[in-house]
Design a protein around this ligand. Structure first.
Ligand SMILES: Nc1ccn([C@@H]2O[C@H](COP(=O)(O)OP(=O)(O)OC[C@H](O)CO)[C@@H](O)[C@H]2O)c(=O)n1
Length: 335
């Protein structure tokens, strides 16, 4: 991973146009601490809620309130499903978010789909599509109901696009549905392992069950929105639970068809930044087209004496990520 060294304290003379908060992989559960699959990283299931409260305390300080917050997915851990605590944990975490007076945009990750079906999520408080902005007289920029994605403009000429990285996935679907069968076929074509979460021996290790991808329908919609943004000299920030740029992520955590997403993005000049979660160690790289790919460090693997969230200050020529705890500061100039 092209992890640039922390530029140190961020100093900027002029006032930002606007700011927004970012946080990823809270994975709350009312459980004792545990470990990741390999036993190499501790997971702090209960403390993750206190980390969220700490972030919200920071985002509610006078003079520091961002315009909105991006929650990058995996809000509650999959273990809640096994303990029948999914609704209770979701309610607790969503009540914590209520301390914020600004909109929170929720991306959906694999842990949302361990706890809830896509149909349940669509009618839940985790569906923040009602916060979308529509572009008048451009029907091609209206997302379909077949995936969870939308775009919004928090400040003139800055468009944010939230993508559904589990649009093509075996998670959260009725196993009898044609879509499940089709996604399972794709997964098995790329992953012959009996354990479909295992990347062992794969030339494309991202083809595991805990990842997903983007349908052609969603990518065509993305292409239409980016075409509009190019024409109107907008800058675009894309948000997804799953990263798409190999240098910014563990190779096992990339979207199945990350190359397809990159080729759409690289055929436009408007995209400046791509925010993701999922790869809990975090990562960062700028791609050859100048797009900054930030994979945010996950709250769930953050020790109680640290933190993991950030506030992004947006300027006409750059974004400054002001990281807290494990999240490093970054200066991200536009190409
Ligand atoms: N090599 C692996 C890795 C994982 N699994 C199993 O897959 C499921 C999901 O893994 P988990 O680590 O819980 O997923 P997260 O979204 O929390 O984290 C993603 C990255 O790992 C973070 O860097 C789970 O059932 C694992 O046991 C597996 O079988 N083989």
């Amino acid at each position: 991973m092209d992890d640039q060294s922390d530029p140190g304290p961020l100093r900027e003379g002029s006032k930002a146009l606007f700011s927004f908060g970012v946080i990823a992989d809270i994975q709350y559960a009312d459980l004792e601490d545990g470990f990741n699959f390999f036993g190499t990283r501790k997971r702090y299931y209960r403390h993750s809620l206190l980390h969220l409260q700490g972030a919200i305390d920071d985002w509610t300080r006078e003079g520091r309130v961002p315009g909105f917050v991006l929650q990058l997915g995996d809000l509650i851990d999959g273990y809640n499903a096994q303990h029948q605590t999914s609704e209770k944990s979701l309610e607790l975490v969503m009540n914590t978010f209520k301390m914020l007076t600004v909109p929170v945009h929720h991306a959906w990750g694999n842990h949302e789909l361990y706890n809830f079906s896509k149909d349940y999520l669509t009618s839940s408080k985790l569906n923040t599509k009602y916060l979308e902005d529509q572009i008048a007289h451009h029907p091609e920029t209206v997302p379909s109901e077949n995936y969870y994605a939308y775009h919004f403009v928090p400040f003139p000429e800055f468009r944010f696009i939230l993508l559904d990285a589990y649009d093509v996935s075996v998670l959260g679907l009725d196993t009898c549905s044609p879509k499940y069968q089709q996604c399972m076929r794709i997964l098995k074509e790329h992953n012959p392992n009996e354990e479909l979460n295992s990347p062992q021996g794969l030339s494309e290790p991202q083809f595991v069950q805990f990842n997903g991808g983007f349908s052609q329908e969603q990518l065509s919609w993305l292409n239409e929105v980016l075409t509009f943004s190019d024409t109107n000299q907008e800058k675009v920030v894309i948000v997804s639970h799953v990263p798409i740029y190999p240098e910014s992520s563990d190779s096992v955590c990339l979207a199945w068809n990350y190359r397809d997403a990159l080729s759409v993005i690289w055929s436009h000049k408007c995209v400046v930044c791509f925010f993701a979660g999922h790869t809990h160690d975090g990562g960062y790289a700028q791609d050859p087209f100048g797009v900054h790919h930030v994979s945010l460090e996950g709250v769930i693997e953050t020790a109680p004496d640290s933190q993991a969230f950030g506030t992004v200050h947006v300027y006409p020529d750059k974004m400054l990520l002001e990281g807290k705890g494990r999240v490093p500061n970054r200066i991200m100039s536009y190409k």
